[in-house]
Every structure is written in C-alpha cells, then in structure tokens.
Design a protein around this ligand. Sequence first.
Ligand code: FES
Length: 164
Amino acid sequence: MNAPYLSEKLRQEIASADHPAEYAVDVMFALQRHYGYLSDEALIEGAQLLCMTPLELEELATFYDFLYREPVGRYVIHVCNNLVCWMHGHESAMDHISTRLGIPLGGTTEDGMFTLLPASCIGFCDAPPAMLINGKPYGHLTAEKIDTILERLREEKPPLVEVR
Ligand code: FES
C-alpha cells in the first residue's frame, strides 16, 4: 500500500470487528478515497486486509452505485432513475446531460471533468428529477438548470476524489 498510515488505520478498525467482512464496504470506500477508484490492485489490497477474496469484494462492490471500478471524472454525476424521478422527466434530464457532455451513460468526458452514472433513489424524491454531483443534490432539473450547473462546475476546482 502506498499509504502505510491508511493501511494501519484500516487494520485497527478491522481488528475491532467480530467479523472482518463487516468492514468491507468501509474499507472499499477508504481505498477509493485514497486511489480515486477501486482498481484491481486496490481490491486485492482490501481483500488481503479483510481476509476475503477479491471476488467476494468485487461482488459486494457491484451493489453500490458509489463504488467505482474504473477511473471517474472530477465530477461524478449520478442521475436518479428510480420511480418518482422516472415519472417526472428523468429521461430527458439524463439525455440533456449526456448530449451536453457528449458522453453516454457510464462515460467520462475526454477532459476528465465529468462522469455520468445512474443511481437508484438518492432521497430527493420531493424534487424530481434529481441528481447528485459529488454527493451534492440538485432537484427539479430542467435543461436550463442543468446547463447553469455544468457551466458553474467547469469554472470551479473540485477535489479529485468524491467524498462518500
Ligand atoms: S426517486 Fe429520484 S430521488 Fe427518489
């Protein structure tokens, strides 16, 4: 591990658990925060810390919209595709973002600024359609609102790694 302090910290947390696997998700998020995404190497590292197999961790990771197995952009956009948002224009919001950024769902812009991903309900059902950008919610999305948000973000300097 490139970060001995993180490794030691995680080891201590895992040691305090009855079952190391209880910490699997926390460990994966910690590694993702450190490396930017969960590479194969990071997954192996986590598996060793947890006394699990990389495959077991991989299977767990697939359940979480916010764990990334591939590099992501500076801004990760999660557009909610759950029922309420779906009924209130999720598709046109998603299409608009996709067109504006020139990337398909799951894609990252060439400049590494934006990644577009789907998400199940993000808890913003009273303001559909909704999305999260690096964990910050935006609701009542319209084409104009989306343009303003994207424009503003292009001018900001965000952290490289999304905070959980
Ligand atoms: S259904 Fe979209 S935020 Fe809940």
